[in-house]
Design a protein around this ligand. Structure first.
Ligand SMILES: [Zn+2]
Length: 164
């Protein structure tokens, strides 16, 4: 079982790599990674009060795999975004790989995401607002792109002060 301390942090070269597509036959062997990812989200949320999703490279697994754990864990294999709206939204984004930093950036308000589910069925989700920005963030990880690279303006990085 992997834990919070296994999260790959800002500056680690693995976060800047393009991940490999998952093949159908790799899915059973990735189940342990999916469980680890779901667990790390819960641990992160218990410590920081936020955190809904993680990409495999953040645990050092260089595969195109994202897990969200909001009500229950859901795995997305080989997710691809398309039909991204021209309408953008601006926000402070955060990341488990740099939990004390917020980044001001823009994301598409709407997009669609094609992916394979755990039964290797192709699915398409329509994404808006919170889920749209969340999955844009996670899909960026699979291409080695971090929120810091999308920072908008000279005052786009904000240190988060914590009590403990
Ligand atoms: Zn992130």
């Amino acid at each position: 079982m992997k834990h919070l301390t296994d999260i790959v942090l800002l500056g680690d070269p693995r976060l800047y790599e393009v991940c490999e597509a998952v093949k159908k036959e790799e899915v059973p062997a990735l189940q342990e990674t999916i469980n680890d990812m779901a667990n790390v989200i819960l641990e992160f949320r218990a410590k920081y009060g936020a955190g809904r999703a993680i990409a495999a490279p953040q645990l050092g697994v260089m595969k195109r795999l994202v897990v969200i754990n909001i009500d229950r864990p859901i795995a997305f294999f080989n997710p691809e975004l398309f039909d991204c709206s021209e309408e953008m939204m601006e926000m402070w984004d955060d990341c488990m790989s740099f939990p004390d930093l917020h980044v001001w950036l823009k994301r598409h308000r709407y997009c669609k995401m094609r992916f394979r589910d755990e039964n290797w069925e192709e699915q398409v989700w329509d994404l808006a607002d919170d889920l749209s920005e969340l999955l844009q963030h996670e899909c960026d990880h699979l291409d080695g792109v971090l929120a810091t690279m999308r920072a908008e303006g000279n005052n786009a990085l904000r240190w988060v002060k914590r009590d403990s």
